[in-house]
Design a protein around this ligand. Structure first.
Ligand SMILES: *Cc1c(COP(=O)(O)O)cnc(C)c1O
Length: 410
């Protein structure tokens, strides 16, 4: 008889999005007419088409595979040099990251999950609350937690509270954690971490020989010049941080799939016997064994985003989404709601109207405005009392949502 990984049974049944779907379906079947005008501002997926530069490079890459002179089979597991070099040169201009520290992959979701392969099972794991649920669930699957309590918090994880008082950036903990997940600009709160806050986290990590897993999937949305785009802008971070970035949100690659992870060669950890090992060599080995690289046309498409034309197209996409965020944020403020985020991230994070919790706000928007938002409590108990509106939407939908918000509260 086989046994299964029973850690999966500890997972809370993917509560957030199924529950949103259940409530939307219930409402739609009872109000078929009103439901026709439903606008979804819930899911964090891009809406604008793939940039032309990327599409052309993508197609040219496919054509190369169609001729025997330029056909390619398996590529290097870590990514083609042309893309690794473009990333080091353009995404890390002025920051010390070399091409062979760049690991190209099919997504940051996978990388932030798979990275657990190179760590032991007895680390103290710190995650922010609210949080991108992938960090939590992958630790549950790996057996790093006990069961969840009724608020959804897992025994064995260290929850780092993010609230309006700390600007949704966790305070430095009193205890020594080993692995800390940080995501800035943040999903779901839209908050950014200042240079000083990141310096404090790097100092903490160096002091306790901890590792920061820094998810910078939204770095391209940073508008404020004083906010670091990379953890490696902070001195010492090469000795304590792994950074994750993705083409999903800046280049509209959510369906194309391409991302990258930086593992500095200076980053080490000790074995139980006290021997120093580079994490770069472990991740290199992990990827070589379990991954066979991203397809050649996709990597060509990603590299094209670093051409001047590609950069201009990304700039226009980001500007468009950030204008959406501004419109949504202004509309909410105008009706007296308290608004966070939305300035350096495509997410607007809003305190629930007086007397409503996250699901109460969800129901209000669904029933009275036919707008689907994301309840903050779905991201952890620290998200209770808030909801998220995504700026990933067409301009016409955003304008309509703004109108409905204005009507809802007047
Ligand atoms: C969208 C997103 C990513 C990107 O994931 P991909 O797998 O590269 O599409 C990473 N982290 C966070 C927090 C995200 O919201």
């Amino acid at each position: 008889m086989i046994s299964i990984n029973e850690n999966f049974l500890k997972l809370q049944a993917g509560y957030l999005f199924p529950e949103i779907a259940r409530r939307v379906n219930l409402y739609s079947s009872a109000n078929a007419d009103a439901a026709k005008s439903l606008i979804r501002c819930g899911i964090g997926d891009v809406t604008e088409p793939l940039p032309l530069t990327a599409r052309e490079a993508f197609k040219a890459g496919v054509d190369e595979l169609g001729s025997s002179e330029t056909f390619r089979g398996y590529g290097p597991e870590q990514g083609y040099d042309f893309l690794r070099e473009a990333i080091a040169e353009h995404a890390y201009a002025g920051v010390e990251v070399s091409a062979d520290e760049v690991f190209v992959s099919d997504g940051s979701k996978c990388d932030t999950s798979n990275i657990l392969d190179i760590f032991g099972h007895d680390n103290k794991i710190g995650i922010t609350d609210p949080v991108y649920p992938v960090y939590v669930d992958t630790n549950v699957m790996a057996g790093h937690t006990g069961d969840a309590d009724e608020s959804g918090s897992y025994e064995g994880l260290y929850y780092l509270e993010c609230n309006k008082d700390n600007g949704f950036v966790p305070s430095i903990p009193d205890e020594a954690l080993d692995i800390i997940y940080l995501c800035y600009p943040n999903n779901p709160t839209g908050a950014v971490a200042t240079r000083e806050q990141l310096e404090a986290w790097v100092a903490y990590a160096l002091k306790h020989k901890a590792i920061l897993l820094y998810d910078a999937a939204y770095e391209a949305f940073i508008q404020d010049d004083s906010v670091p785009h990379s953890i490696y802008e902070i001195e010492g971070a090469r000795d304590c941080a792994i950074e994750f970035r993705s083409f999903s949100k800046n280049g509209g690659f959510t369906g194309v799939r391409c991302a990258y992870t930086i593992v500095p060669k200076t980053l080490t950890a000790k074995t139980s016997a006290g021997e120093e090992v580079t994490l770069h060599s472990l991740w290199q080995r992990r990827q070589s064994t379990k991954f066979n690289g991203v397809s050649y046309p996709v990597q060509k498409a990603a590299a094209a985003l670093f051409t001047p034309e590609g950069k201009a197209e990304i700039g226009a996409l980001i500007a468009n989404y950030m204008e959406n965020a501004q419109l949504l944020s202004d509309a909410c403020k105008a009706v007296g709601l308290t608004v966070y985020g939305g300035e350096n991230a495509p997410y607007v994070w809003i305190a629930c109207p007086e007397g409503l919790d996250s699901w109460g706000a969800f129901d209000l928007f669904l029933e009275k405005a036919q707008v689907v938002i994301t309840p903050g409590s779905g991201f952890g108990k620290g998200g209770e009392g808030y909801f998220r509106i995504s700026a990933f939407n067409s301009r016409s939908n955003v304008e309509e949502v703004c109108k409905r918000i204005t009507n809802l509260f007047n």
